[in-house]
Design a protein around this ligand. Structure first.
Ligand code: ATP
Ligand code: MG
Length: 281
């Protein structure tokens, strides 16, 4: 029975060049056979990547993640959600108000730029402030969203980037009994627009975060979004008294899944990849 697999270096290179899972798990009888197959395959894949790059530069012209961002903006606008843009740099006080202090698992992932300020690991602290301002000024229901970069020091590289793009939407002032239904409706709207097929909702309850709903995808149930609703244990600190639902999605995760890819690094901000295409041919 064949039992010789690709070497680590070959395997890494083939993954970079977008070899499919079947190719990745091919086994050989001898090293010579394997090395010969590798050379032929590498040449073929490089050619394929070059034609994908050419297609990107002449026809596609925009990365898939940017196209997704535009598509989602349009769909949310049509549903009455306004887009907001908040600062990427936030304060330690804002984090503390989200209960992200030394004891919190997210705290160690925060990129500090000085003793008082960090790069936002999530959009929620700014959005809570927007909720407060709009609740005072606007009439209900209030609907808005932000799409923008978030930063976390992560160690798992196939599903996490240190810099990634979050979509966070919020609807305030809806009837309490409609919140679950509305979260699912909005989740479905975004997941469908991103071209995801095999996704499911997972309800959870926790003392700190109240009722939450995650959206997970595929057999390995990779999380693409987390949803929450208010009244919520954190609302008091932000002076929020209205009902609300909110969902946060990772755009790179959605593109990765929609493209049938297993590594998120290709789809984020990168100098090594352009729209999923490895540049070092
Ligand atoms: P995970 O458990 O997968 O690390 P999380 O629960 O910590 O995710 P949330 O804080 O709920 O993530 O953020 C909302 C969404 O943002 C996630 O569902 C995911 O799609 C995306 N996301 C979070 N962290 C990252 C990251 N480091 N890189 C890419 N996307 C991310
Ligand atoms: Mg989550």
């Amino acid at each position: 029975m064949s039992k010789i697999s690709w070497t680590d270096i070959q395997s890494k290179r083939l993954k970079e060049l977008n070899a499919d899972p079947k190719t990745m798990s091919t086994l050989f009888d001898t090293n010579e056979q394997r090395n010969h197959s590798y050379q032929t395959l590498e040449r073929k894949l490089v050619k394929l990547e070059k034609s994908r790059l050419n297609e990107f530069l002449t026809n596609q012209l925009q990365p898939k993640i940017y196209k997704l961002e535009c598509r989602l903006t349009k769909i949310l606008n049509q549903q009455g959600f306004s887009r907001v843009t908040n600062p990427t740099i936030i304060s330690k006080t804002q984090l503390a108000r989200m209960t992200i202090d030394r004891q919190h698992p997210l705290f160690d992932k925060v990129f500090w730029i000085n003793a008082r300020q960090c790069l936002r690991p999530m959009l929620a602290p700014n959005l809570y402030r927007v909720m407060y301002e709009l609740a005072r000024l606007g009439k209900k229901p209030i609907r808005f969203f932000e799409i923008g970069p978030c930063f976390r020091k992560e160690s798992d590289t196939s599903q996490h980037n240190n810099e990634f793009t979050m979509l966070n939407l919020v609807e305030m002032g809806l009837p309490r009994e409609n919140r679950h239904q509305r979260l699912m409706e909005l989740g479905q709207l975004i997941a469908d627009a991103a071209g995801l097929k095999d996704y499911a909702f997972e309800k959870k309850s926790s003392a700190v975060y109240g009722d939450t709903i995650d959206i997970v995808c595929g057999d390995d149930k990779l999380e693409i979004a987390s949803g929450a609703m208010g009244p919520h244990p954190l609302d008091h600190a932000w002076r929020i008294i209205d009902t609300w639902v909110g969902l946060g999605f990772g755009l790179e995760r959605m593109v990765m899944i929609a493209e049938g890819s297993e590594s998120i690094g290709k789809w984020g901000k990168s100098l090594a990849y352009l729209d999923g295409i490895r540049l070092n041919f």
